[in-house]
Ligand binder design. Sequence first.
Ligand code: ZN
Length: 329
Amino acid sequence: MRPTSKTLRIAAGLIFATASAGSAAQAASDAARDAERTLRAGDSALQVSVIGVDDARRRAQLQDWLAEVAQAQLTAFGRYPLHSARVRIEQVAREAARDDESPVPWGQTLRRGDTAVLLFVRDDATPAELRADWTAIHELSHLFHPYMGRDGRWLSEGLASYYQNVLRARAGLLTPERAWELLDAGFGRGRRESSGAPLVELSRTHEGTMRVYWAGAAFWLQADVALRRDHATSLDAVLSKYSDCCLSGTGETAPAKFIAELDRLSGTKVFSSNYARLVQSRAFPPLDAVYRELGIMRRGDALAFDEGAESAALRRSIMRGAAEPAPAR
Ligand SMILES: [Zn+2]
């Protein structure tokens, strides 16, 4: 979910407003070209619907945009995490989203009956603006994990916040350097949350959003680095195994159970040891060690990147995806 509370209020209204109009519009547009496309990868499929858009050119534009984002999702492990899932794209008039300049003012993943990603796109958002936005890949990244309830929000929002940058870099939608800068900026926002409350409590009570999202992202970055550095595997590879054996798009899995499965599938204690350290943490986790491993340095307000062999290889392996072998040590 996008972490903007004012958008939440708009979107709640939108969902109600479109619920009744949506079914009539859907019937009318079902026969129309590009109202629906099915994207396939191996035995997995994403069914993408554009709802209530009369202009065929715009429908094609929105479908092409989503197809590119879905392609970015495939850089994790070559297929969609769920055997089948739906994406619904609706448009919002600029006036309805006037306090949110984002091209995609609202996105959400629903897990009732089946799994659906809802995306509300501003009707005047250009293809270039849509390509530059992170909401769609954030929501698609939520399909990699099971629903973990409120206690697991920091893990689920963290995974989506990590992958929204990593997967876009791999797909060429961002440069790797820009992806690191965006992650670093997110960590900065998380660090500024200073309530001193335990992470799991913020997660449960929907407070301290920036620490919930970005301490969560830091958790997955730390895990990914440890897996690649010490265990010749990666977060992508472990989530691929999880998708094969265990992932359900609906229902609820306890956070500790998900973490235990990831340990088992990786043959490591990387996930549970990081989890134990972070779940009750009252401040943002220190990232100095992981930045050193990755060869990321701060130069004033900017980041600099060490091109030394080991750190550069580790850093590039993350932003280049599963096809790249992890650097051996
Ligand atoms: Zn989210």
